[in-house]
Ligand binder design. Structure first.
Ligand SMILES: [Ca+2]
Ligand SMILES: [Ca+2]
Ligand SMILES: [Ca+2]
Length: 367
């Protein structure tokens, strides 16, 4: 035993020196910074199937998540975020693909919504403006610009459109602000407001031929989303009139659907408490050119939520070099520091909450 102890001591000292000697390998406590190595041998994964078979050939790394990891303002007392997030990466066809899996007890896809308050001669809606949904942030450290290149996927307001919102987080300014990318963007949005600010209890659009929008998680693919190509049918359940007034966020030419005002609703098919989405999702933006989507919408996404496992699987993909000046060029670096934020029905970017946490920083290796 006496000979083993000095050997162990020497090993400990050696490990300590290695751990502290390089910013690449360790923090102040000597722990090794996790590494996720992007696979460069498999084919590019599907962006219509989050469980593409190629992912089974790619290493998955579990990264610790904690509410006390920055960015945050306040450390809450009770842990509710998942303890870890599973991360995979593929570098193929000049794209970086990341697959992120984490546990979440609830599928929260109703950021703002209408519900049927009562039915008299018409359906009367009331508007809930909670504006919160499940989401994930991937922060890529951009040392040259003193901040982070950001991918922000949200279950409805980006994800339902097959995209994630690309932005920039400048840690030297407002802690709560992600600056949306602007380079080359023409003002396109995925989620358009489904009401006029003067008449917040009246939805512009309803589903083309049914009043049914699932409130639970049993139909996670379509039940919570109202798409621009869900053409309204004037013969079904609704009286509508056409109006030339523009809706949505400026510039109005980004709105590619007819503008329709609901003036009266028949009660057919509607029940009290039933929900109606407060956003209309542009299902065409993801098919537009790089220039039309602009820097803000250059990250593609596909996802699924498993009720049985209470788990999200989200695949995100973006060009390594987008050509946009506000993005980190990942085509010219061999590694980048990354953090992943997990938000459970939570929209506030850095306010302390039991519903949001960040992963430990890890190295994404880009061979
Ligand atoms: Ca949730
Ligand atoms: Ca960006
Ligand atoms: Ca961008």
């Amino acid at each position: 035993m006496k000979k083993i102890i000095p050997a162990l001591l020497a090993l400990f000292v050696f490990s300590f020196i290695i751990g502290c000697g390089s910013d690449d390998n360790g923090g102040s406590n000597g722990e090794t910074t996790p590494r996720v190595v992007a696979n460069t041998t498999v084919a590019a994964p599907s962006l219509s199937n989050p469980n593409d078979a190629v992912w089974s050939q790619v290493d998955s790394v579990s990264i610790d998540v904690s509410m006390t990891n920055a960015p945050r303002n306040i450390a809450p007392k009770v842990a509710a975020v998942p303890p870890s997030v599973q991360v995979q990466a593929i570098k193929a066809d000049n794209f970086l693909y990341m697959r992120v899996k984490w546990s979440d007890p609830s599928f929260d896809a109703w950021p703002n919504y209408f519900y049927v308050a009562n039915i008299t001669n018409i359906v009367n809606f009331t508007h809930e403006t909670l504006a919160e949904e499940d989401q994930v942030f991937v922060l890529f450290e951009d040392t040259a610009d003193s901040g982070y290149d950001v991918w922000n996927w949200r279950v409805l307001t980006t994800g339902a459109g097959g995209l994630a919102e690309d932005g920039f987080f400048n840690t030297s300014t407002l802690q709560d602000t992600i600056i949306p990318d602007s380079d080359g963007t023409l003002g396109a949005v995925v989620a358009m407001q489904n009401y006029d600010n003067q008449f917040t209890n009246i939805p512009f659009y309803v589903h083309k031929d049914t009043s049914e929008f699932n409130q639970d998680t049993s139909d996670v693919l379509t039940g919570y989303a109202l798409y621009t190509d869900d053409t309204l049918n004037t013969n079904d359940t609704l009286y509508i009139r056409y109006d030339t007034t523009s809706i949505g966020e400026p510039p109005n030419d980004s709105i590619i659907v007819d503008t329709v005002y609901v003036t009266a609703l028949l009660t057919d098919g509607w029940v009290e408490g039933q929900r109606l989405p407060s956003f209309v999702i542009d299902s065409t933006l993801k098919n537009k050119s790089n220039a039309e989507r602009g820097s803000r919408w250059d990250t593609r996404a596909v996802s699924t939520y498993s009720d049985a496992a209470n788990e999200y699987t989200v695949v995100l993909g973006r060009l390594l070099n987008t050509g946009h000046s506000d993005d980190l060029n990942m085509g010219t670096v061999d590694s980048v520091k990354v953090k992943i934020g997990i938000y459970d029905d939570q929209n506030s970017f850095s306010t302390g909450s039991t519903s949001r946490g960040y992963s430990k920083e890890f190295w994404l290796i880009l061979p």
